[in-house]
Design a protein around this ligand. Structure first.
Ligand SMILES: Cc1ncc(COP(=O)(O)O)c(C=O)c1O
Length: 390
């Protein structure tokens, strides 16, 4: 059976270049970077090189990069650490309704600790309501956290505008750039962000490694104490091989992003135009052009996305749903709800996320499988029957 992977926003394959760079760090240069002997020093050189590569990829300084276990940890740390370290100034935090759960759940924790959180609404394309940001930012606000690009619909936010508004009020600005890294040029100085979360496995590094960028001079509480690693802020023996891989992945992603994104956009646009031509009653979610090049979120009316996802999986095609069905409750995605999709439309939403290894032939195959299975599900759909009877 043909297998087609269209779930690169969930995770990506480790690239050959990254793997080659990592291999010696398992059994040749295997020292603990904290050890003072030559084995330790050799390992530390690799960590330094990786840190330099990550820093160079986002135009930061080496000392502003703290390695973490990934984007979730970086987001949790940013929200909790920045809020706690700056609470003397105020207790108000601003984020958006469409953030990743790691940001939203951290905000809930902060609310339980007595902080006030404003969740900014977004328009139907997923762009944060700037007027609302201007309206609610106040003397007590200490942190604004808005993601660079959304993981479900791909909308890219106007980060510079948001940073400017935050800084005019002397408020710290954090962004979750996990999906954005590699999709467009991220220059922390130009964007003027104070803290930024990134992750390895979305850019062909292994899972379980990422980083938090914290601008020099910005106060943040320690995350893990004991051990003294990462300048005492995030203790624990460093994940050497993964950090080496992450450094290489940032370097290659930034090096190749123009050519890769052109390819991704052309594959995505070809796919979307064929879906529009060949399947009726669909809508494409997210911003028309301010959108990740390799992502398409499509709602197939009258069907349940999870059933479609499973049928596609049986035909070898891997995608994600925009909604999750848990313990018998149909839970609509908070992102699709925030952009105003009706629950029954949100339920029929699938996220297709392309990789540079995908081919036009694979997309042709996916279109055939999609057409067949959408038609099959619609035949049995009570929603469709109801509409026909009307
Ligand atoms: C926007 C966004 N933020 C954070 C994360 C979490 O990153 P990680 O999987 O590295 O913990 C993800 C993962 O899907 C994401 O898409």
């Amino acid at each position: 059976m043909q297998k087609v992977y269209l779930d690169n926003a969930a995770t990506t394959k480790v690239s050959h270049e990254v793997l080659t760079e990592m291999l010696p760090a398992f059994n040749e240069v295997f020292g603990n970077p904290n050890s003072l002997h030559s084995f330790g020093r050799e390992a530390l050189n690799l960590v330094d090189k990786a840190r330099d590569r990550v820093a160079a990829g986002i135009n930061a300084e080496r000392g502003e990069i703290y390695f973490t276990s990934g984007g979730t940890e970086a987001n949790d740390w940013a929200l909790l650490g920045l809020a706690m370290a700056n609470k003397a100034k105020g207790n108000h935090i601003i984020t958006s309704q469409i953030e990743h759960h790691s940001v939203l759940e951290s905000c809930k924790r902060l609310e339980n600790l007595g902080f006030e959180v404003t969740y900014l609404p977004v328009d139907e394309t997923g762009l944060v309501d700037i007027a609302e940001l201007l309206h609610c930012i106040n003397q007590k606000t200490i942190l604004v956290s808005v993601m660079a690009a959304n993981n479900e619909i791909g909308t890219i936010q106007n980060l510079k505008t948001i940073a400017k508004i935050a800084h005019e009020k002397d408020v710290i600005f954090h962004t979750d750039a996990v999906q954005a890294l590699g999709s467009f040029k991220i220059d922390v100085k130009d964007l003027d962000v104070d803290a930024m979360s990134i992750s390895g496995h979305k850019i062909h590094a292994p899972k379980g490694v990422g980083a938090l960028y914290v601008k020099k001079g910005v106060k943040i509480d320690n995350l893990i104490v004991g051990g003294g690693q990462e300048k005492g802020k995030r203790g624990g023996t460093l994940n050497l091989a993964s950090i080496v891989g992450f450094g290489k992945a940032v370097e290659t992603t930034v090096r190749d992003y123009t050519i890769n994104n052109k390819k991704l956009k052309s594959l995505r646009d070809y796919f979307v135009s064929r879906v529009k031509e060949e399947i009726e009653h669909i809508n494409v979610n997210g911003h028309n052009h301010q959108r990740l090049p390799g992502l398409a979120s499509i709602s197939f009316n009258f069907i349940e996305g999870e059933s479609l996802m499973l049928l596609l999986d049986m035909a070898g095609v891997a995608v994600s749903t925009g909604s999750a069905c848990s313990s018998g409750d149909l839970q609509t995605s908070h992102v699709l709800k925030a952009i105003g999709l009706a629950p029954e439309v949100a339920q029929g939403t699938i996220r297709f996320s392309f990789g540079t290894n995908n081919t036009k032939e694979e997309i042709d195959y996916v279109i055939e499988v999609l057409k067949k299975n959408v038609a099959k599900l619609r035949q049995m759909s009570p929603l469709k029957a109801k509409r026909v009877r009307k």
